[in-house]
Design a binder for this molecule. Structure first.
Ligand SMILES: Cc1cc2nc3c(=O)[nH]c(=O)nc-3n(C[C@H](O)[C@H](O)[C@H](O)COP(=O)(O)OP(=O)(O)OC[C@H]3O[C@@H](n4cnc5c(N)ncnc54)[C@H](O)[C@@H]3O)c2cc1C
Length: 415
């Protein structure tokens, strides 16, 4: 079978890993210039790999497969260097959070670190490019996918027996074009996660970081919204993420270079109901408004000013890890709806009951931090056009995206 994969990220890697020893002729179309390009794949920051049934995507992925895929990624570092731990395997911590209304998320994690990821990606590419049935086509941005009888045509040109769309979140333009052409593939589009990134000195969360590195908890706030922690980075760094039309904050950590601060996101899930059906538009508008107030920079505020809706003018004991040129001291309340702010404060105040020091007045709060959900797409709509990884709407992590690609290759081989 002649198969095209659009995009070379985690999902494509999972697919190729399973299909590499078959007779299929596999062509990978990747928009980036080459494997060294900084825009290639979402696998560029942090590289935290989770084994969990409770997070990472809305797919049922066997824990054994998840662990095998973790080993696959770790092996590609060359020397196997990584950090590891598990969240909430210690029942004492589980109970402490549970008592205060939190729902602890159980997972094992393995941290590769931003500084190793380029090498990992390169090692994977080196192995695949030497396979006879795998062909890479870099600098190939695909902008049209079309049904052509029982084949699929890419960019009005070459046809394939099967096309696997694995363009991640950065491929939203292509997904939008496909949806416009074939609207029946959309299953659901209603959620967006909006919140802030918290930054505080390591010593406040030292015990928690030592115990589990990544603490993930969910909490039903008094506003009715579900709020959760996301992407905890002990001794990490806050960074910005450019979406083209706006800039958001994010966090990561490295395996060698360490800061003195921990950062994590507090995210509120906004579920929109009829007649509104544009969660991406809603999130983008809040991000753009925040950037507008910040003069195209992200907003940084102390926790007490965030609570009291005052513009921050000076910082005190916590030194931001984000470069000074990238933020402006301001007031997030001018950009975020009240219900979101109340949900975040309720979460932080309650978390402070379990981890004293979370709400120190001079801890730092950055905005906007937004996580878009992609539309959930129907993989049963067409026999020879499939969507894997984050662009399918079913995954949100490296391991789930890799597994999705892997399971799709398995399914196709069994047909
Ligand atoms: C800053 C950041 C940090 C993250 N940290 C973690 C983490 O620590 N742990 C974790 O589990 N997850 C993390 N994630 C999420 C994780 O990276 C993604 O869930 C995962 O990479 C999704 O894999 P994917 O294959 O679906 O997409 P991607 O890995 O994004 O790959 C998609 C590929 O498609 C290419 N492409 C896009 N459009 C086109 C087109 N039209 N034509 C051709 N090629 C195209 C892109 O260039 C890219 O190479 C992070 C994400 C970000 C943004």
């Amino acid at each position: 079978m002649k198969i095209a994969i659009i995009g070379f990220g985690a999902a494509a890697i999972g697919f190729i890993e399973k299909a590499k020893n078959t007779d299929h002729e596999i062509h990978i179309f990747e928009k980036s210039k080459d494997i060294y390009s900084s825009s290639i794949s979402g696998i560029r920051a942090d590289g935290k790999l989770f084994v969990s049934k409770d997070m990472g995507g809305d797919l049922d992925v066997d824990l054994e497969l998840q662990k095998n895929l973790v080993d696959f990624w770790i092996n590609k570092t060359g020397d196997g260097q990584h950090e590891t731990g598990s969240s909430f395997s210690n029942m004492e911590y589980y109970k402490k959070f549970y008592e205060k209304g939190f729902q602890p998320v159980i997972s094992d994690f393995y941290h590769l670190g931003t500084d190793q990821l380029k090498k990992v990606l390169y090692n994977i590419y080196e192995e695949y490019r030497n396979l006879k049935n795998v062909h890479f086509h870099f600098e190939n941005l695909i902008s049209n996918v079309e049904l052509a009888g029982n084949k699929i045509k890419l960019d009005y040109n070459e046809t394939f027996d099967k096309v696997i769309v694995a363009v991640g979140r950065s491929g939203h333009k292509l997904i939008k074009t496909i949806i416009k052409q074939y609207p029946q593939i959309v299953l659901d589009s209603s959620k967006v996660d909006i919140g802030v990134r918290f930054e505080l000195p390591d010593h406040i969360v030292e015990d928690l970081n030592k115990e589990m590195y990544e603490f993930k908890v969910r909490y039903k706030s008094k506003t009715g919204y579900m709020v959760r922690t996301f992407c905890n980075n002990p001794s990490g760094y806050v960074v910005t993420e450019n979406y083209g039309d706006f800039t958001t904050v994010n966090g990561h950590s490295k395996i060698k270079e360490k800061s003195k601060n921990t950062n994590f996101a507090i995210l509120t899930t906004v579920q929109l109901t009829e007649p509104f059906n544009d969660p991406i538009g809603y999130g983008s508008n809040i991000a753009e408004l925040s950037n507008m107030l910040g003069g195209n920079r992200v907003i940084l505020q102390t926790y007490s000013h965030f609570v009291n809706s005052k513009r921050t003018k000076n910082l005190y004991r916590v030194v931001p890890t984000l470069d000074e040129s990238k933020y402006i001291l301001g007031d997030i309340n001018l950009a975020y709806p009240r219900r979101l702010i109340e949900s975040i404060i309720d979460f932080a105040e309650n978390l402070n009951e379990v981890v004293p020091g979370i709400t120190h007045p001079d801890n730092l709060v950055y905005a906007p931090e937004i996580k878009f959900y992609t539309n959930a797409l129907n993989n049963e709509a067409f026999k020879n056009l499939k969507f894997v990884g984050d662009c399918s709407g079913f995954t949100r992590s490296i391991i789930y995206a890799t597994a999705h690609g892997y399971m799709m290759a398995e399914k196709i081989s069994g047909e």
